[in-house]
Design a protein around this ligand. Structure first.
Ligand SMILES: *[C@@H]1O[C@H](CO)[C@@H](O)[C@H](O)[C@H]1NC(C)=O
Ligand SMILES: *[C@@H]1O[C@H](CO)[C@@H](O)[C@H](O)[C@H]1NC(C)=O
Ligand SMILES: *[C@@H]1O[C@H](CO)[C@@H](O)[C@H](O)[C@H]1NC(C)=O
Ligand SMILES: *[C@@H]1O[C@H](CO)[C@@H](O)[C@H](O)[C@H]1NC(C)=O
Ligand SMILES: *[C@@H]1O[C@H](CO)[C@@H](O)[C@H](O)[C@H]1NC(C)=O
Ligand SMILES: *[C@@H]1O[C@H](CO)[C@@H](O)[C@H](O)[C@H]1NC(C)=O
Ligand SMILES: *[C@@H]1O[C@H](CO)[C@@H](O)[C@H](O)[C@H]1NC(C)=O
Ligand SMILES: *[C@@H]1O[C@H](CO)[C@@H](O)[C@H](O)[C@H]1NC(C)=O
Ligand SMILES: *[C@@H]1O[C@H](CO)[C@@H](O)[C@H](O)[C@H]1NC(C)=O
Ligand SMILES: *[C@@H]1O[C@H](CO)[C@@H](O)[C@H](O)[C@H]1NC(C)=O
Ligand SMILES: *[C@@H]1O[C@H](CO)[C@@H](O)[C@H](O)[C@H]1NC(C)=O
Ligand SMILES: *[C@@H]1O[C@H](CO)[C@@H](O)[C@H](O)[C@H]1NC(C)=O
Length: 626
């Protein structure tokens, strides 16, 4: 609160330079109101003499530009403008800040302010700049710059660019788009939906393709944007020659910054950030594997693990991860007083509300940590268990209700893990046959959600989810409570589209053959009535085209991710008619490219990889009735 008053007092008499520091909202990351969690701007200002501002010749835009969390009248713009490529090594803390001398570059990494100018226009030539300004950055926030461009028009495409203040040295030109006003009758909006981008496992081709096709308006990332492992430490599969820096398990602020910086090197990830505004949330690996409120699979909340992890406690590690995430991602802090809060929602005209949950870090009850799977199975129906915590649960149910009562056609719900019940005893065995780290481990939370939808008659619900490294398309059902007819879809309350990984390996084996993967998929669609299409084989993503009358989903698979390439395979297309609350029959038009489609045909196009020029062509066409 002290800091809040300080900001308030400054506002009236604030010198221009100080306002420009505060304009970089990363100094408030993750919290303006908790001095230990943000950076005290007045201390930064004292330490930095504007006369010593770095000149353009000493600075580079090291990681492109990005935009995100669009509103009808504003959007977040991001860049990094730094005197060195490396992330700040000081593990900055507000108190006891020690400037660090970097021997390699012969600079004091914690001194010298950097000034970035930004401008926004409706055209790429910036003939009519609609808003502009400047903001300072410093090593305290890893030289990241995050500003809110305000005063914009709804549902409008804008171009933006950063320059070094007083210089012509410029960043790439980014493109972004505001959202429609809540009541605008916008007719069609496209989303690309991602999860599980694991840098050492392959190139992020999936991120680049919608930019190359210019096929969507906004990008959604449901989490696992980075992974915390040292190269080779991941449980299964072999990595390619892309070392995620620093090459060790990450714990400190410096570690998380450096890891994010490595990932942001991928050219297709940069291309996506430059082309589309993003709306991301985190899953577990932005902090550590299978995190929940109090710990994670490889970090018990004990003195022993505290010692083992070099004195970084569970909470410190989480705060390091969260702070670096807010520094590097083009997102807002919806509520500064709730420093772990990332759950938030967006009204996209009268077309839909996008409700982005945090089922992971915020307030999740104990999860499957591998050594306690059976225990979590046994308690998976406890009424007190929550994936979100009661504060977020209440907000979630209220958001669903207010979305329906304001008359938005669809409710699109971003969930980290798969919502539908999935019997995977073929992989896990019969004793503990479900994924207790997903909603299957939190059955009362899922029931409360379904109960809210059914008892309030809230329809047109589209659940989108990630985490599983595989594709799952299901009618959204409450099996024991509402009779469900898997032939017609009658009885369901919406649809779940769960997407595969950008690059994380197939959970049924990294090098599984297509036919073996499809056999497992067939087992899965047989064992789960509501599961209409399943694919394990392909890494990829999906796109949603949302209209008032119908919503279409297109799934894409990457033929290979061991090279950077623009190829993709159309795996399956789905339609949901407004008011139907189920997948349109025949599901996927009765044909999919891969996996298992209930009551449908899986054709397998023979794509031949030409290694000379790295192209793919269709050499023959098989039809395989599964
Ligand atoms: C800026 O980028 C250029 C070109 O890549 C490079 O030569 C130069 O060393 C970089 N400067 C700094 C300060 O990182
Ligand atoms: C910050 O953390 C890194 C990684 O553990 C360590 O190498 C470095 O010495 C730390 N810096 C400071 C100033 O403590
Ligand atoms: C780094 O800062 C120290 C004082 O903290 C100063 O003595 C030294 O000259 C600075 N070095 C460089 C390269 O700026
Ligand atoms: C933008 O500038 C380019 C190159 O100067 C020019 O060819 C193009 O016509 C301009 N576009 C507009 C909309 O002014
Ligand atoms: C998958 O194949 C690659 C390339 O042959 C190999 O390096 C890797 O070890 C294989 N992965 C597994 C899990 O067998
Ligand atoms: C955490 O505690 C459990 C139960 O004592 C143990 O089996 C597991 O190995 C521990 N994990 C770590 C990373 O210390
Ligand atoms: C969830 O709802 C189903 C159907 O009403 C019921 O059979 C089951 O016991 C419920 N489970 C929990 C944990 O509430
Ligand atoms: C319904 O699902 C069950 C189990 O997956 C399957 O045996 C049955 O054939 C399905 N019926 C229809 C009409 O799809
Ligand atoms: C999972 O599916 C298998 C095969 O259909 C079946 O034997 C088993 O009982 C199912 N388990 C659960 C918990 O539904
Ligand atoms: C999905 O739809 C697109 C566009 O209509 C089409 O080109 C593609 O072949 C379809 N994919 C499948 C698997 O049917
Ligand atoms: C795919 O095409 C190649 C080249 O035409 C051929 O050698 C191969 O047998 C085909 N594979 C299948 C499964 O049809
Ligand atoms: C790649 O090489 C194959 C075989 O030489 C050729 O048929 C194809 O047209 C080439 N594709 C491109 C895009 O150059």
């Amino acid at each position: 609160m002290q800091l809040l008053h300080l900001f308030g007092a400054l506002a009236a008499t604030v010198p221009i330079a100080e306002a420009s520091w505060a304009k970089n909202i990363n100094y408030r990351s993750p919290s303006e109101h908790h001095p230990g969690l943000g950076v005290a701007v007045h201390k930064v200002v004292k330490r930095n003499n504007p006369a010593t501002t770095y000149g353009a010749s000493n600075l580079n835009f090291t990681h492109g530009v990005a935009s995100g969390d669009p509103y009808p009248d504003s959007v977040i713009l991001w860049t990094r403008l730094a005197p060195m490529y490396a992330s700040d090594a000081s593990n900055a803390s507000v108190s006891g800040y020690v400037p660090l001398y970097n021997h390699n570059d012969n600079i004091n990494v914690s001194t010298g302010p950097v000034c970035a100018q930004y401008k926004v226009a409706e055209d790429q030539n910036f003939t009519n700049v609609v808003t502009s300004g400047h903001a300072y950055t410093s090593s305290d926030v890893d030289y990241t710059v995050k500003v809110e461009a305000t005063g914009l028009k709804a549902y409008t495409t804008y171009y933006y660019q950063f320059t070094v203040c007083g210089s012509t040295k410029a960043s790439q030109i980014g493109r972004t788009k505001t959202t429609p006003n809540a009541n605008d009758a916008v007719t069609s909006v496209g989303l690309a939906v991602y999860s599980c981008s694991n840098y050492p496992f392959g190139y992020f081709n999936a991120f680049g393709n919608p930019a190359r096709k210019d096929s969507v308006d906004y990008v959604i990332h449901l989490g696992d944007y980075i992974y915390e492992y040292a190269n080779g430490d991941y449980g299964y599969g072999q990595t390619i020659d892309r070392i995620p820096m620093p090459d060790r398990t990450i714990y400190t602020l410096y570690d998380y910054r450096t890891r994010l910086a490595t990932y942001r090197n991928d050219p297709d990830l940069q291309l996506s950030h430059e082309t589309f505004p993003w709306i991301p949330v985190w899953d577990d690996h932005e902090v550590a594997d299978n995190t929940y409120r109090d710990a994670s699979s490889e970090l018990n909340n004990t003195e022993q693990s505290f010692v083992q992890d070099g004195g970084v406690s569970v909470d410190q590690r989480k705060m390091n991860a969260v702070r670096a995430y807010f520094e590097w991602m083009p997102i807002r802090q919806v509520e500064m007083d709730d420093n772990l809060r990332i759950w938030r929602s967006f009204s996209i005209g009268s077309l839909f509300d996008l409700i982005m949950l945090d089922t992971r870090q915020y307030d999740r009850s104990i999860t499957d940590l591998y050594w306690n799977t059976h225990y979590v199975h046994q308690i998976s129906s406890d009424a007190g268990r929550s994936m979100m915590g009661s504060r977020q649960e209440n907000w979630f149910y209220n958001s669903l209700s207010s979305s329906a009562s304001r008359g938005a056609t669809w409710r699109i719900i971003g969930s980290q893990t798969v919502f539908s019940r999935i019997n995977e005893s073929v992989a896990y065995g019969n004793v503990d046959p479900l994924d207790y780290d997903a909603w299957d481990g939190y059955q009362s939370n899922r029931n409360r959600t379904l109960n809210h939808l059914y008892s309030n008659n809230i329809g047109n619900n589209i659940m989108i989810s990630g985490d599983s490294h595989a594709s799952w398309v299901s009618d959204l059902v409450w099996l024991e409570d509402h009779p469900y007819d898997n032939a017609t879809g009658a009885g369901s309350i919406g649809v779940e589209f769960a997407g595969s990984a950008v690059s994380s390996p197939c959970p049924y084996g990294q090098n599984i053959s297509l036919s073996s993967a499809n056999n497992y998929s067939r087992w899965l669609t047989d064992a789960n009535r509501e599961l209409q299409w399943q694919d394990l084989y392909y890494r990829g993503y999906f796109e949603l085209q949302v209209g008032h009358d119908q919503l279409n989903a297109q799934y894409f698979g990457m033929p290979t991710i061991v090279t950077r390439n623009p190829y993709e395979i159309s795996l399956a297309n789905f339609t949901v008619q407004a008011g139907a609350n189920k997948l349109q029959r025949p599901v996927a038009g009765g044909i999919a490219e891969s996996g298992s489609l209930k009551n449908g045909i899986v054709r397998q196009t023979n794509y031949t990889h030409n290694t000379d020029n790295n192209t793919y062509f269709v050499s023959q066409f098989n039809q395989e009735d599964l």
